[in-house]
Design a protein around this ligand. Structure first.
Ligand SMILES: [Zn+2]
Length: 464
């Protein structure tokens, strides 16, 4: 059974103030409902004013996703049935959004972006004493109400979860490179996913936050629908909720139809013209995008393309980190290899991004140089990096703590090992090549893994 999936991605656009008023967009550390004004609380008589800065960021995203920009756009009111929107309607775009007909290329296909629209975020519902379906009561915090969002709507082009994963990480990297979005902010990217099996009804899963949750929700839902079909039952058209704790989806409501939303033009806002000149001025300001950066890394630093992709698409901060390291240590291939293998592994274990970890380019370069000089082996390096990342200690500090000799006289140790292992030495002399491995192992034991095995091998051969 073929799976068909489409996404609606809601992204908080970075902005000083909310979309239609002067209330700050940053509400961190504020008491609930402290970050509001009559406009974002929807008081009668209050009038929205469009924050034009948002038009710039939205146009940038639209251009990066290869969209057609509408020469004129306007806003509409969408009926809203839940208490997190104080006006009981949401100001959004319906008839003519800012952009249409774009695409984003992933490895095996192009995903079509149907439309991008600008809209205001609702407030936040806090469910007390239970989850979304069984809470004792619900609190409402309007601090977030009115934050500028763009909604990016894809066509149902995805056939499996891997494609969704690749698309989302690429999209996130683009948004970060454009500097219009901050992934570390609460709920700054939320996904609604439509899923159906070929020929079946479409189910929408609302408001999934975090890429890992998107994957879990989709995997769960695909299997649920497949099981229904196998049992001869029908998949019902509905909206479902993904529970972060049970990792399951459950019915939220039977899906409303477009008519239920009762779109009308927003009479308090005029039509906005988006001139060609304006779009050109935005294009001129566009920073380097991830695809171009991947290519440049391959050309400029001669690193393998798959490593370049991993570094750039993991997140912008990691790509910046890589370039910072290269500035003070001219061995890009060496740096890249350590980033895509051990560094990413350790970040994953710690469930951290590079920005959240305590590792700085300076500490990382110092660490790599220590290995490069042969003061510690790569094998020991693989152990030490596990502490380097979460603690932010320098390699010198770690070596001191772990008792690894900073400099050892390799010759002395080798002499000692030769003296203590006469049999192995004789074996080697009589042609048993393998004995030298044993001798190298003995040397490494004494040096607590410090020293390059190849250098030790040469030294042994010289002294035997
Ligand atoms: Zn306000």
């Amino acid at each position: 059974m073929k799976t068909i999936m489409g996404l609606e991605i809601h992204v908080h656009l970075l902005s000083k103030s909310k979309l239609f008023c002067n209330t700050p967009a940053n509400y961190e550390g504020k008491e609930p409902n402290d970050n509001t004004c009559p406009v974002c609380l929807g008081f009668p008589g209050s009038k929205p004013q469009f924050n034009k800065k948002v038009l710039e960021s939205a146009t940038m995203v639209a251009k990066a996703l290869d969209c057609d920009i509408s020469p004129a756009m306007f806003f509409s009111r969408k009926s809203y049935f839940y208490p997190d929107m104080p006006k009981n309607f949401q100001i959004t775009q319906y008839e003519i959004p800012i952009a249409r007909n774009g695409h984003l290329k992933i490895s095996n296909k192009k995903i079509t972006i149907g439309r991008i629209q600008i809209e205001e975020d609702p407030g936040k519902l806090v469910h007390v004493g239970g989850g979304i379906t069984n809470a004792q009561y619900v609190l409402i915090d309007y601090n977030r109400a009115g934050i500028p969002l763009i909604e990016i709507v894809t066509e149902p082009d995805f056939e499996n979860v891997q494609e969704v994963r690749e698309f989302l990480s690429k999209l996130q990297s683009i948004l970060e490179h454009l500097e219009v979005y901050d992934s570390s902010k609460e709920a700054s990217l939320r996904v609604d996913a439509n899923i159906s099996l070929e020929g079946g009804e479409r189910v929408e899963i609302k408001n999934i936050t975090g890429f890992a949750s998107v994957e879990k929700a989709l995997n769960y839902e695909i299997i649920r629908q497949q099981n229904l079909v196998r049992m001869g039952m029908k998949v019902e058209r509905e909206t479902r909720h993904f529970d972060e704790i049970t990792k399951a989806t459950s019915t939220l409501r039977k899906k409303e139809t477009e008519e239920d939303y009762g779109y009308i033009f927003e009479p308090d806002l005029p039509q906005f013209n988006v001139s060609e000149k304006f779009v050109k001025s935005i294009e001129a300001k566009m920073p380097e995008l991830p695809d171009a950066r991947v290519k440049r890394f391959v050309e400029e630093y001669s690193i393998p393309e798959n490593q370049s992709q991993i570094i750039v698409y993991t997140d912008k901060a990691l790509a910046d980190f890589f370039e910072d390291c290269v500035k003070s240590f001219d061995k890009p291939e060496y740096i890249s290899r350590w980033i895509v293998t051990d560094l990413l592994k350790v970040l994953n274990w710690n469930n951290q991004t590079i920005r959240q970890s305590k590792l700085t380019p300076k500490i990382f370069v110092e660490f790599l140089k220590t290995m490069d000089k042969g003061d510690i082996t790569e094998r020991l390096g693989k152990e030490l990096i596990k502490e380097l990342v979460p603690t932010g200690k320098s390699i010198k500090e770690l070596i001191k703590e772990k008792g690894v000799p900073k400099k050892i006289d390799l010759e002395d140790v080798v002499k000692e090992v030769i003296k203590e292992n006469k049999n192995a030495v004789d074996d080697y002399k009589s042609g048993n090549e393998k004995s030298i491995q044993f001798l190298i192992g003995q040397v490494l034991r004494k040096t607590k893994s410090a020293g390059d095995p190849n250098k030790i091998r040469e030294q042994i051969k010289k002294l035997i």
